[in-house]
Design a binder for this molecule. Structure first.
Ligand code: ACM
Ligand code: ZN
Length: 752
């Protein structure tokens, strides 16, 4: 009996210990030992080498322990290996197996020892040590002395990928210097080593270039639609400060200077850089714009090299990111200088012209000892010799690059775009990401250097960054550091719950792990009753809703039981995270029962797999699309007409029919210019019952939801109804995406 209690106690004790080991990313191996190392008010940090970098790391640890553990007497000494008290930081030349970033952490009752092959490893050993402290260690006040003990253990840890990054878009929204430094600290804490700093955009140029002062005098500022000025930039001193701060934390800052596209702010500053030479304004809209750098203009090329020259002097990074994505070729097609450049260099098309331009920059960077990396569009006209690729439109860019012997990093929209809603990319989805495409052979796989999570900031000004980045970046950190055999989502998710305490202590305003709402709607076609059941995607949340069209808050109806309604229901829902109103989620669902509800709908051309909504049932499921085109209810048709036939099952009387459409011109989604309704008794011969045209000019309104409705003068009977909605085909000349395929977004055909 006594023995069982003892075993149970030991088991509980050990489980308690395991529960405290919440290290993210998961180390290669963790072996728990008996006992604890207890910190006192006196400690020595012993370095084994006379290495200035190691001395800096020792200082970093000293500051950490004095500020957070309130240890008063900390001495850094340099006296070799055979110390058995304090914290030992040791570089070992025999440990080349650890590579640049691996380490071993040995916590004993009397000493803690971190061994690595290179200083980077020592730094990561310290980050692991940090994570062994109670969460409160990371708060401003730090710990009180009696709390300070950490379990004895042995950890060996080597990362899977050398490139573990995060993209911060300071172009769309400026983020202040201290905020950027804070992110460098957060990256380091989770063993990420690359800050991909997106510094130039259509909406703002953020890096001071001495030779071209207007880039920041003009290009860093935009006039918003309400007349207010928005902007900001980093001086060269700011940048040197940030880069030095990052270096001490083993974070490499890779600057992105976009070319040839996303360059409206630069052109607004120096109009001669574009094909037309016309004065334009720094953009205030989000999207892709047709004014790009002129590739035929020698002075544009000189400008780009001058800019690169100053960028190189500021950023020690081997890699310089040149963007290369989303550059419409419309201006180049109509520019004499660009066309001449193509002729003189035997370039077949504008994609080859882009490659020509990029290879000029590639050569310039190589001459200066640097390497070029760009988004996967840089493959389109053939890859420049020295270029590496960042794959974002899926993994195909990385596959193509690796197969042709070029290095690549991966950040596909499917798993790595943290500006996407949590309902599209949740924690589990990020965690399931494998940066190495299965299609590659062993040699090709070596070209995959790692990956990044990207946070484009159109809808994420500084104060919203934490909520989008966290906790998803924890999953990315583990994906990029930890080998798959040591990864397990269930265990990871448990660690994330424990990390929330740490994130709170670090002042991180983290957001959601997954879609916080599970919505199940049923409609009974015979009784016309709609029933909606709501569930929670994660703990620590509360659900409120309204049915009268007002926006819900904590004063609205708190969800406790199924919501029911007859015929129609306009449901607005807010999910609030406990104690954190900054991170709330709104949902809107409108239900309308009609004669089409639940009926079979067949399509002539397929809907896009990216906007399939509820598949074949989308247009007849009784749920209407909202003003958010990513709400999961809108069905998208790219380039194709929407031609659909509904079978009502038997001859049915009706006198009105309508179909919902959404227009969002910055996203290339347009109302159908024409829509025609047809009826048929046999599904073969159809008769037209009305033609409608677009309710607004595409140019007039950017974003709108409208129904294309006809009311018939009499009741008619039919079994089949066909709708033919024309797609514009391509974006018109006035549109920033001129020539690109347009979309139709449709939802719900209502028949009454
Ligand atoms: C990108 O998202 N345009 C790289
Ligand atoms: Zn041109």
């Amino acid at each position: 009996m006594k023995k069982t209690i003892l075993i149970a106690l030991i088991l509980l004790f050990t489980m308690g210990l395991y529960a405290q080991i919440k290290i993210i990313p998961q180390p290669t191996s963790v072996g728990l030992k008996k006992g604890f190392y207890r910190f006192s008010d006196k400690i020595q940090i012993i370095t084994s080498d006379n290495d200035s970098v190691v001395a800096k790391i020792a200082d970093y640890l000293k500051i950490l322990l004095s500020e957070k553990a309130n240890i008063k007497d900390i001495r850094v000494i340099n006296s070799g290996f055979n110390q058995t008290k304090g914290i030992i930081l040791s570089l070992d030349n025999n440990k080349s197996v650890f590579g640049l970033e691996g380490y071993e952490l040995d916590v004993n009752e009397t000493f803690i020892k971190i061994v690595a092959y290179k200083p980077n490893g020592l730094f990561y050993g310290i980050q692991t040590l940090r994570q062994l402290f109670p969460a409160h260690f990371e708060s401003k006040e730090g710990l009180s002395e009696q709390e300070i003990r950490i379990p004895c253990l042995e950890i060996t840890d080597i990362p899977r990928f050398p490139w573990r990054g995060m993209l911060l878009d300071c172009g769309r929204h400026f983020m202040d210097k201290e905020f950027v430094k804070r992110y460098i600290d957060l990256l380091a804490y989770y063993k990420m080593n690359t800050l991909h700093w997106h510094l130039t955009e259509d909406q703002g140029w953020r890096v001071e270039i001495k030779k071209y002062p207007k880039l920041t005098e003009t290009g860093a500022w935009r006039t918003e639609s309400d007349g207010s000025r928005y902007g900001g930039f980093y001086t060269q001193d700011d940048i040197r400060e940030i880069v030095a701060y990052a270096k001490e934390r083993f974070v490499n800052v890779v600057p992105e200077i976009e070319l040839p596209g996303h360059s409206v702010a630069a052109i607004a500053s120096y109009p001669y850089l574009s094909c037309t030479g016309k004065q334009i304004e720094v953009e205030t809209q989000w999207g892709v714009f047709k004014d790009i750098y002129c590739a035929g203009n020698d002075s544009t090329l000189a400008f780009l090299k001058d800019v690169m020259s100053e960028v190189i002097s500021l950023f020690p990074s081997d890699y310089i990111h040149i963007g290369g994505d989303e550059a419409p070729k419309f201006r180049w097609e109509h520019c004499e200088k660009c066309q001449n450049r193509m002729k003189n260099n035997n370039l077949k098309n504008e994609h080859e012209l882009q490659t020509w331009l990029i290879s000029q920059i590639d050569e310039y960077l190589q001459k200066n000892g640097r390497k070029l990396i760009g988004w996967d569009e840089i493959l389109e006209g053939g890859l420049s010799k020295g270029a590496s690729v960042q794959s974002w439109r899926g993994m195909e860019g990385a596959i193509a690059a690796a197969r042709s012997g070029h290095d690549a990093i991966v950040s596909p929209t499917s798993h790595a775009y943290f500006d996407y809603d949590i309902s599209n990319i949740n924690l589990e989805k990020v965690y399931s990401f494998d940066p190495i495409p299965a299609e590659l052979n062993e040699d090709e796989k070596k070209h995959i250097l790692g990956g990044e999570c990207n946070l484009w900031s159109e809808r994420a000004p500084q104060e919203k960054v934490d909520g989008r980045m966290f906790p998803r970046i924890l999953a990315m950190s583990e994906v990029l550091w930890t080998y798959p055999k040591n990864r397990n989502f269930t265990e990871f998710r448990k660690k994330v719950q424990l990390q929330y305490q740490t994130l709170k202590a670090l002042g991180v305003n983290y957001g959601f792990e997954c879609d916080p709402l599970i919505l199940n709607a049923n409609s009974d076609i015979s009784t016309k009753m709609i029933t909606v059941n709501l569930g929670k995607g994660q703990d620590d949340t509360e659900i409120y809703y309204t049915t009268n069209g007002t926006n819900p808050d904590r004063k609205a109806i708190k969800y406790t039981k199924a919501i029911t309604a007859k015929d129609s229901l306009n449901l607005k829902i807010a999910v609030l995270a406990n104690g954190n109103d900054d991170n709330k989620f709104y949902y809107e669902r409108e239900f309308k029962m009609s004669k089409s509800t639940g009926k079979v709908c067949r399509f002539k051309y397929p809907y896009s797999p990216n906007y399939r909504a509820n598949g074949d049932a989308t247009l007849t499921d009784g749920i209407l699309g909202t003003s958010n085109f990513r709400d999961g209810n809108w069905q998208g048709f790219e380039g194709n007409d929407l031609i659909a036939v509904i079978d009502l099952g038997s001859e049915t009387e009706f006198s009105s029919i309508s179909t919902g459409f959404l227009q969002s011109t910055p996203s290339w989604i347009f109302f159908p210019p024409q829509l025609e309704y047809f009826i048929s008794k046999d599904g073969i011969e159809f008769r037209s019952i009305g033609v409608l045209t677009a309710p607004v000019s595409a140019k007039d309104v950017e974003m709108l939801v409208r129904r294309y409705k006809i009311d018939l003068p009499m009741i008619i009977k039919t079994q089949y109804i066909k709708i033919v909605a024309k797609n514009m085909g391509v974006c018109p000349d006035w549109h920033p995406g001129a020539g690109g395929k347009t979309w139709i977004f449709a939802d719900e055909i209502i028949i009454k």
